[in-house]
Design a protein around this ligand. Structure first.
Ligand code: UD1
Ligand code: CA
Length: 459
């Protein structure tokens, strides 16, 4: 492929979002819309991407980091002006420029591929990605000559009635020959209904120079939808969600009910895993094979290995090893690592802890800042008292230890290998290997107390 630079136009405010956040940073499918566009550009094999930022430029730069280069368009005087601002960032003297908008998150790598291919094979100086739609209101129209060659693009606000009747529209994505784009961009004026520099006016310039312009009609118009409002944002979310579910199903994942399953674009899941309804899988989560996830689970940025079973649980930034069982109603917070064959049962919260192979935390426990060895049994209602009001302290429980129900482990705490803790203990001292620790008040029985109380009441 000849040298291609991508230019992403993302300087606009997006007034109709009614938001403090710049439009292109609103998330769909778990990432900012402009990031979807950039990722599709990358997948199409384009290495150099320049993003035009303006409104809240710093926020956009922070969100995208070094995924792209940036140019600042201080004042937004139109799409042609945005390209004017960006061209100095392209040092090459020749090549191709792919221009896309930061608010079209549904566009795919395949469409970029096809557009580029159409551009290279037709030998045009400009190839417009166009679409045929039933309601073209608001878009620029593609005006063709009687021989069907492209003559110009006319914007909605500048169009004559017969031009408004044209149903082929400009999607806002194009390929340009760099040399001719540089030539044309300097010729733009603001003599139009909006007083802006229109990138679309370059088309008439090319034609006036006897150069060929081509319009390539997109297969699936939905891909080129620009997001301008929160309603459209929700529509895009729905499209991405369905697309992701289909992609996963085609790769061998069962998604029981795609309508009620929310899986972010970047998530990876291996074959024969089943995703039950009402489940959210977010961020950069990776899930292995033969797992059952859900129903009603919410998993963010986790790595979950094969054969895991997760039911009605919330898991954040955690690692779950093979053959683990989680839930119902477990809450795994960041930094949790379940090594292998670990069982975490109902109403258990774990954070920043490692639970070793074969260990069990079956019910109603809080485990924080703990290193738990292998085959440990943590009884119902056990609490690591890890916080003294100022600092967090660690707990260490060695292999094979048995923690009786309703134990408080006052951290820093250490329980040795094979040690046993009597139910209801509050542990404040180290428990040696294989010892029994009992830390509770001794039971006192007062004989006939209840009978005597009854008799007293009768008097
Ligand atoms: C543009 C096209 C129109 C096309 C439509 C498709 C022009 C003149 N018109 O119109 O033919 O049908 O897109 O959606 O190009 N931007 C900047 N700087 C600016 C102005 C815009 O970066 O000064 C960015 C915006 O952030 C946005 C993109 O360019 O991502 C498109 O701008 P927008 O104002 O939405 O263009 P339209 O008027 O919709
Ligand atoms: Ca506009």
């Amino acid at each position: 492929m000849p040298f291609v630079t991508a230019l992403i136009l993302a300087a606009g405010k997006g007034t109709r979002m009614k938001s403090d956040l710049p439009k292109v940073l609103h998330k769909v499918g778990g990432k900012p819309m402009v990031e979807h566009v950039l990722d599709a550009v990358r997948k199409a094999g384009i290495e150099k991407a320049v993003t035009v930022v303006g409104h809240e430029a710093d926020k956009v730069k922070n969100a995208l980091g070094d995924k792209t280069e940036y140019v600042i368009q201080e004042q937004q005087l139109g799409t042609g002006h945005a390209v004017m601002a960006a061209l100095p960032a392209i040092k090459e003297s020749k090549g191709t420029v792919l221009i896309a908008c930061g608010d079209t998150p549904l566009i795919t790598k395949d469409t970029f591929d096809k557009l580029l291919k159409a551009h290279f094979t037709s030998g045009s100086v400009c190839t417009i990605l166009s679409a045929k739609i039933t309601n073209p209101f608001g878009y620029g129209r593609i005006i063709r000559n009687p021989d069907t060659s492209v003559d110009r693009i006319v914007e909605q606000k500048d169009a004559l009635p017969h031009e408004l009747a044209v149903d082929e529209i400009n999607t806002g994505t194009y390929c340009f020959d760099l040399k001719w784009l540089k030539e044309a961009i300097n010729k733009l004026t603001v003599n139009n209904a909006q007083g802006e520099y229109y990138l679309t006016d370059t088309v008439a310039f090319f034609v006036s120079q006897g150069l060929k312009v081509n319009a390539f009609i997109v297969e699936d118009y939905q891909e080129t939808l620009g997001i301008n409002s929160r309603v459209q944002l929700a529509e895009a979310e729905k499209v991405l969600r369905m697309r992701k579910a289909i992609q996963l199903m085609e790769r061998g994942v069962t998604v029981v009910d795609p309508q009620s399953t929310f899986i972010d674009a970047e998530v990876e899941i291996n074959p024969d895993t089943v995703i039950e309804p009402f489940t959210f899988i977010r961020g950069k989560t990776r899930i292995g094979s033969r797992c059952t996830i859900g129903p009603f689970s919410d998993i963010s940025d986790c790595q979950i290995l094969d054969n895991a079973y997760v039911n009605r649980s919330v898991i954040i930034e955690s690692m779950v090893g093979e053959n683990c069982t989680i839930g119902p109603f477990a809450y795994l917070r960041p930094g949790t690592r379940l090594v292998e064959r670990v069982k975490v049962g109902d109403f258990v919260e774990i954070k920043n802890s490692v639970i070793g192979e074969g260990s069990k935390v079956p019910h109603l426990s809080y485990v924080g800042d703990a290193q738990v060895g292998r085959n440990v049994n943590i009884g119902c209602g056990t609490i690591t008292c890890n916080y003294d009001g100022k600092k967090k302290h660690p707990t260490k429980i060695d292999d094979g230890a048995f923690i009786g129900s309703n134990t408080n482990l006052v951290a820093p705490a250490e329980v040795g290998e094979g040690a046993v803790i009597g139910a209801g203990s509050t542990i404040t001292k180290k428990v040696p290997d294989y010892a029994l620790a009992v830390g509770r008040a001794k039971q006192v029985n007062i004989s006939e107390w209840a009978t005597k109380k009854e008799e007293k009441n009768e008097d």
